[in-house]
Design a protein around this ligand. Structure first.
Ligand code: AMP
Ligand code: MG
Length: 518
């Protein structure tokens, strides 16, 4: 396995002068050299061959001991120096000070086919940023990150990727429900990959510490390597940089809204500067369409990160980034106008996105109302979002509208006459509205199916794969991995995964209730 290593991040940013791996405040540095902990008995459980190919690693090489040792932190790839990054963040609305890569260790940068990738291990031991935790990850959260990042990629959503899922052979102590009952779990390591893992918090930390030198050099690095089309670093390109981050953030969140993904912990340290989905923790997928749903039990009370709030939180987080960049821009007006534009764009693009889900392309004055009515109807009784939108593409005038979507209701026998009427009223309007489109039902169905996935990684599906994996059986991980590669396609023999959440999963830990304990 020969990788083309190119370490731009290390050479162009300031390293921590202290080399000891001790927990501390790291000042005047963008990163600290940190070696992974050697795992007791590493075992690779699954490899994303698509991702491996992107890095120039062949299928055969992924089965080698060398691959196993490198991507579990047992060995360091020749001429590379692993490191962890310093960042801060606003957690649940409050400035939390230094956070940093507490259990992520960056191995190296690989260049292949004109693309540059950063490779990280998650769960490979403590770093100067581990605060009071152990730097490790358990199998359950690693399976969730591994499968979901690949699922997002295949759904066409900007995301960090995953290369491999491994057991470390060590045990890890976790209190899943934070109720004073910690238990030992299998330790695991995910190797994950992205063009950059920089977060809003990487910039915020320097602004908070008034370290303008590192703030500026990190922004310059980001523009040079990730936004080269913005030209050489200057106040103008800093403003355009913020503009593009705002646009990418909005695009990302609109994708999440489209597929019903709830991130669960949209703290500014979990917001990628490239607009990628990053840090898969207590995330979840909507089953019943519900704006107020959050998978994160830590957020149960205020529901700050609920589905319907994600777009506003994106904006709130961008305000924090704007504040962080202000000292090197020194003009508030252009930043404010970008933030205002986010609100305008959100209205416009969110309508376009919802219209695309129901097969509408041309403009009509009543579309806002039609979509509003649809969202109200979806919340009349528990209605599965994924099944609803997929089934809606079958709609034709030949049958009562309600008949097409029946399967999406969680309690079909309890649907009242009023609910049925509400739906049929909506379908009457929808049917009239479709006449203005001038495309065949067949064409509309194809367009809608490209926006509405048939197969998502429902919370209970991951949980089933986790429970099997904990017993040493990894076949379900492979089955789900194959399934999520073609989320928009009809897949013969896979109908069992196009189903509502089973009742056993309704209130089960790991399915609808997740904590940050990972
Ligand atoms: P998260 O909410 O998972 O994004 O994590 C917030 C912060 O806590 C980040 O700085 C993480 O690196 C850190 N963190 C989370 N879990 C651990 C752990 N097990 N060991 C060390 N640091 C952790
Ligand atoms: Mg995080």
């Amino acid at each position: 396995m020969k990788l083309t290593i190119k370490n731009t991040f290390l050479t162009e940013n300031t390293a921590d002068s202290i080399l000891e791996n001790t927990r501390r405040q790291v000042t005047e540095a963008v990163y600290s050299y940190t070696n992974p902990k050697q795992p007791k008995k590493p075992e690779v459980l699954h490899v994303s061959q698509e991702m491996a190919a992107e890095l120039g690693i062949s299928k055969k090489e992924t089965t080698s001991d060398f691959f196993k040792h490198i991507f579990t932190g047992n060995e360091i790839y020749p001429n590379t120096k692993p490191f962890s990054m310093c960042y801060g963040g606003h957690q649940f609305g409050n400035w939390a000070g230094q956070l940093g890569d507490g259990r992520a260790i960056n191995l190296f940068e690989v260049t292949h086919q004109n693309k540059n990738w950063k490779v990280q291990l998650k769960g490979a031991g403590e770093t100067p940023y581990s605060r009071n935790a152990d730097g490790l990850a358990v199998l359950r959260s690693s399976v969730r990150e591994y499968l979901c990042s690949e699922a997002m990629y295949h759904l066409g959503v900007p995301t960090t990727r995953a290369l491999s899922l491994s057991l470390s052979g060590d045990t890890v102590l976790r209190d899943v429900l934070y109720d004073g009952n910690p238990a030992h779990e299998k330790g695991a390591i995910v190797s994950r990959v992205a063009p950059s893992f920089l977060r809003f918090g990487n910039y915020e930390i320097f602004a908070a510490r008034k370290d303008l030198k590192n703030l500026k050099s990190l922004v310059n690095y980001t523009i040079t390597y990730h936004f080269p089309h913005l030209g050489s670093p200057s106040k103008k390109s800093y403003i355009n940089f913020f503009k593009e981050v705002a646009e990418r953030t909005l695009e990302l969140i609109l994708h999440w809204q489209r597929i019903g993904f709830v991130h669960g912990v949209m703290n500014t340290d979990n917001m990628s500067i490239l607009g990628l989905t990053i840090d898969f923790g207590p995330y979840g997928w909507l089953e019943g369409f519900d704006h107020s749903w959050t998978p994160n039990t830590t957020d149960k009370e205020h529901k700050r990160y609920r589905y319907g709030n994600q777009p506003s939180i994106g904006l709130w987080n961008l305000y924090q980034l704007a504040n962080a960049l202000y000292p090197i821009i020194e003009e508030a007006a252009p930043l404010e106008s970008i933030l205002n534009q986010y609100k305008i764009d959100f209205e416009k693009k969110s309508l376009a996105m919802m219209k695309s889900k129901i097969g509408l392309l041309v403009a009509d004055d009543h579309d806002v109302e039609l979509i509003q009515n649809l969202e109200e109807n979806l919340q009349l009784v528990e209605t599965d979002m994924t099944i609803f939108f997929r089934k809606l593409s079958d709609f034709t005038n030949e049958k009562e509208g309600f008949q097409f979507i029946k399967e999406a209701f969680y309690s079909p026998s309890e649907i009242s006459k009023e609910v049925k009427n509400q739906w049929n009223l909506w379908f009457d309007k929808y049917s009239d509205r479709l006449n203005k489109e001038g495309i065949s039902s067949k064409k509309r169905k194809a367009l809608m199916n490209a926006k509405n996935p048939k197969y998502i990684l429902r919370n209970y599906m991951s949980q089933m794969a986790i429970e099997e994996a904990e017993k040493g059986n990894y076949t379900l991980i492979e089955e789900l991995y194959q399934l999520i590669k073609r989320p928009y396609d009809e897949q013969l023999g896979q109908e069992k995964w196009f189903a509502k959440r089973p009742e056993w999963a309704r209130n089960k830990v790991g399915c609808s209730m997740l904590s940050c304990s990972s």
